[in-house]
Each structure stands twice: as C-alpha cells, then as structure tokens.
Design a protein around this ligand. Structure first.
Ligand SMILES: [Zn+2]
Ligand SMILES: [Zn+2]
Length: 179
C-alpha cells in the first residue's frame, strides 16, 4: 500500500515534503506528494468555502478514472464546510479511500498570531494523518493526545501528539494484516 498526497497549488508551498515524511512515519506506510490533479469543485460563492462532500465526489471520480485503489489525500487552501457544520478541518470518505484537508484554519495568521511554518507543518500533519487514518479503518479515539481524537478547535488540535495511541496502533496493525 501507498498513500497519495495531492498538494493543491494554492496550499502553502514548501511544506509538502516534511508533512509527507511525518505522515508516513506515524502510519508506517510510504507516502508520496505530487501536485494536485483533481478538479477543484464545490466552491460556494456566498460562503467563500468549498463543500467538502462535493470535493470528495471529485476525488472519487479521479480515483475511479485512474484506477487508483490506494488512499488519496488532497490538501487545499480554501476553507471547507459540510452540511450541518459551519466548517471542517478535513473530511474522509472511507468507502472510496478519499480524504481532503484544508490549511485555511491551521495557520497562526488566521487567528491573528505571528506565522510559523513549524506550527503549520505540525497541524497539517496531524489533520492529514487523522483523515488518512479513517481511510485505513480507524475511528475517533477518546485519547486527547492521539491522532484519531477529533479536535473541534485549534487548541485541541495542538494538544494532540503526532502519534497513534496504543489502541489505535493495534487496530491499524490488524487492519494491515487483514488486507
Ligand atoms: Zn475524524
Ligand atoms: Zn487512539
């Protein structure tokens, strides 16, 4: 297995390699980054956000067209929402191995603080690994430091560590041996 990461041209440049390296080491699965080939869809003018479900449809169509079985994570700059949520950091569609994360709310600048690439790399890694974790069969976890904990705020995201807890690691290992 192999994880594909597509980095949209509007996403912060220069961060994709460290993110891919860390994501790969947390999950123990190789990952490669390339520029995005998926059609950007789902932008809603009135909200200035992308409907994450529509974008997942587009990733799903791309994967189907190119017969890609492995997980595909798309990293975009635009803010995402889904029906019933004013925003989402990211979203995964397990059934088709497609996931998307947005960097919009992951930068210090968004919250009026000074920018820091290391913070941004950390957060994209945590969010990206979390969504790919769903694609590998993992559910949400109650351990606040685990990658699979679902953060509602940036502070909760920052509190997480870049590791899977013991329970989630074991689940991932058993998923690996079942495919
Ligand atoms: Zn989740
Ligand atoms: Zn866990």
């Amino acid at each position: 297995m192999h994880i594909h990461i597509f980095w949209d041209s509007l996403s912060p440049p220069g961060l994709q390699l460290p993110v891919a390296r860390m994501l790969s080491s947390i999950l123990g699965i190789p990952a490669t980054v390339s520029e995005n080939h998926v059609r950007m869809m789902g932008y809603v003018d009135g909200r200035k956000q992308i409907d994450a479900q529509v974008l997942l449809d587009s990733i799903q169509a791309y994967k189907h067209r190119h017969a890609i079985q492995d997980p595909l994570l798309l990293v975009v700059r635009q803010d995402l929402f889904k029906n019933g949520n004013s925003f989402v950091f990211g979203l995964a569609r397990e059934s088709v191995g497609a996931a998307v994360v947005s960097t919009a709310r992951l930068s210090n600048e968004y919250y009026g603080r000074g920018g820091n690439d290391d913070d941004l790399i950390d957060r994209i890694t945590k969010e990206g690994t979390h969504e790919v974790g769903h694609l590998l069969g993992l559910d949400h976890c109650h351990d606040r430091e685990c990658i699979m904990f679902k953060p509602d705020t940036l502070d909760e995201l920052d509190r997480k560590k870049k590791v899977l807890c013991k329970t989630c690691s074991e689940q991932l290992a058993s998923y690996h041996s079942s495919v």
